[in-house]
Design a binder for this molecule. Structure first.
Ligand SMILES: Cc1cc2nc3c(=O)[nH]c(=O)nc-3n(C[C@H](O)[C@H](O)[C@H](O)COP(=O)(O)OP(=O)(O)OC[C@H]3O[C@@H](n4cnc5c(N)ncnc54)[C@H](O)[C@@H]3O)c2cc1C
Length: 465
């Protein structure tokens, strides 16, 4: 058994953990990071990056199929396009390899000591790690729990056989002929859309009355329309009951209370993610919980002195950029800087077709603050760049206080609008007023002009509508 001591121990090398470790080491803190599986966590290995690679491959293939059908407006034609999904998956794996290798290199360059193995707390300052070469004990002044999250399994549809989580879906080398997606949140719809474009017959089963229930109906309408165009069947208000037909079908109770049988070669269950709080000795610590998550304060401190928690294990929104921002902040706090969570917004993106971006408050949330608000919404059908991209579906919307024009929230739906998220978040963080956005020159022709026009519209004098 080996024993080492350090000032900071980070458990989990996902986006929260690795950013925390790199920043801490930059600040001269002697740091150790432990990872049970692969550097990069869910995000780089089985989440953000692989899903976006698959979505891109599917988009390219769909464009070719569209060209082959002769129904595009550009005069393009193509003959019987084909896709080798195995090659696309190998390309995706190569990207993952480059990024995870890059993170390992950055940790090494920063002089973070990395230990491969599963960490388990003995007490709040001591952790033991089962490594390939035996038990390693790490004593630390401060510990950061960054153990992330795992897919939620349904009792009626346990993972295995034809029932898969997003992790297995991202590794398929052939598109299933019939795919049933259970859960119409962003992960289910991103992957369901990609497989529909790859040629699968996709049915989405959602228990709530509409898709993407966390977004307002106006934002999700263009996505629902596009799913219909792609031939994706939506069963909302419907509950998956059990696997049937020797694992090749599921029984579903429809909104009308009828039981129907959906034939499926694969069933993708995406009903949420839960914090990874098992198998690392939580019972040895006295940590308060916030529902199923670890409770933290505005400095990511848990209820135990010297123990911090960051990322998905601490709750919603379970997003990589939130985990990274928390990781950076905690490293700086440990280094003695005065920091606390003072973010005005955590932008969220749904990489569906079209994409959805939200930052700050939506109209309903803003109204609930009791203040009078102004809304400005500009359709992409009136934006020149969107026309040249044949991507006119969607809009940009700005929500602001009526008394002083302070921008409270910005939302968009449209092809490629994910790239506007930085501008939205910057405007909110900097406390922009409608006049600031309206008075900023936005390059022409770009979809970002719709952001300026939405602000002009909220001010009552749009130019292009
Ligand atoms: C399909 C999919 C698509 C997604 N797309 C997006 C997206 O587009 N944008 C976005 O922002 N987010 C996206 N997410 C969510 C994003 O992946 C997570 O929010 C993010 O990875 C959370 O980071 P984290 O550091 O908290 O945890 P994780 O990335 O989950 O990393 C935790 C790490 O801790 C390790 N670990 C756990 N327990 C131990 C232990 N006891 N000892 C040692 N190591 C341990 C795990 O092996 C893991 O590597 C997606 C997720 C999925 C599944």
């Amino acid at each position: 058994m080996k024993e080492i001591s350090c000032r900071l121990l980070v458990i989990g090398a996902g986006p929260g953990g690795y950013v925390c470790a790199i920043r801490a080491a930059q600040l001269g803190i002697d740091t150790v990071i432990v990872e049970a599986l692969k550097t990069g966590g869910a995000c780089l290995n089985v989440g953000c990056i692989p899903s976006k690679a698959l979505i891109h491959a599917a988009d390219e293939y769909e464009k070719l199929r569209h060209a082959a059908s002769g129904s595009n407006p550009f005069g393009l034609s193509a003959q019987t396009p084909a896709l080798d999904l195995g090659r696309a998956v190998a390309w995706k794996d190569a990207i993952v390899g480059r990024l995870t290798g890059g993170v390992s290199g950055l940790l090494k360059k920063a002089k973070v000591k990395s230990i491969a193995g599963r960490a388990r707390f003995r007490d709040g300052k001591t952790v033991e790690v089962e490594t390939e070469t035996g038990l390693q004990v790490v004593r630390a002044e401060t510990v950061v729990i960054a153990t992330g999250s795992e897919p939620v399994e349904l009792d009626v549809l346990p993972f295995g056989g034809s029932v898969m989580s997003s992790t297995e879906a991202l590794a398929l080398t052939e598109a299933p002929e019939r795919l049933v997606v259970v859960g119409a949140g962003y992960i289910g719809l991103e992957l369901g859309t990609a497989f529909a474009k790859l040629g699968s017959n996709v049915t989405v089963v959602e228990a709530l009355p509409r898709i993407l229930p966390q977004y307002d109906a106006e934002l999700t309408r263009p996505v629902a329309k596009r799913l219909e165009e792609l031939g994706v069947k939506l069963l909302t208000g419907a509950k998956a009951k059990r696997l049937t037909g020797a694992g090749k079908a599921i029984a579903v109770e429809t909104a009308e209370g009828k039981e129907v049988r959906l034939a499926a070669d694969k069933i993708l269950v995406t009903v949420g993610r839960r914090p990874a709080i098992e198998n690392w000795g939580l019972e040895e610590l006295d940590l308060d919980r916030d529902g199923k998550f670890l409770r933290i304060d505005d400095q990511c401190r848990t209820s135990m002195r010297g123990v911090y928690a960051i990322g998905d294990v601490t709750g919603e929104p379970m997003l990589a950029h939130r985990a990274m921002a928390q990781g950076q902040m905690v490293a700086e706090i440990v280094a003695g800087h005065r920091r606390s969570w003072d973010k005005r917004c955590i932008p969220a993106i749904c990489f569906t077709d079209p994409e959805i971006v939200t930052a700050g408050l939506g109209p309903e949330e803003a109204r609930r603050t009791g203040r009078e608000i102004r809304l400005g919404q500009f359709p992409l059908s009136a934006n020149g760049r969107a026309m040249t991209l044949a991507a006119e579906s969607g809009f940009v919307r700005v929500v602001a206080r009526a008394d002083n024009n302070l921008v409270l929230g910005i939302q968009a739906v449209g092809r490629g609008v994910s790239e506007l998220s930085g501008a939205f978040a910057l405007a909110l963080e900097m406390g922009a007023r409608l006049d600031d956005i309206a008075g900023t020159i936005h390059a022409h022709p770009t979809q970002s002009e719709a952001f300026q026009e939405a602000a002009l519209k909220a001010l009552g004098h749009p130019l292009h509508i």
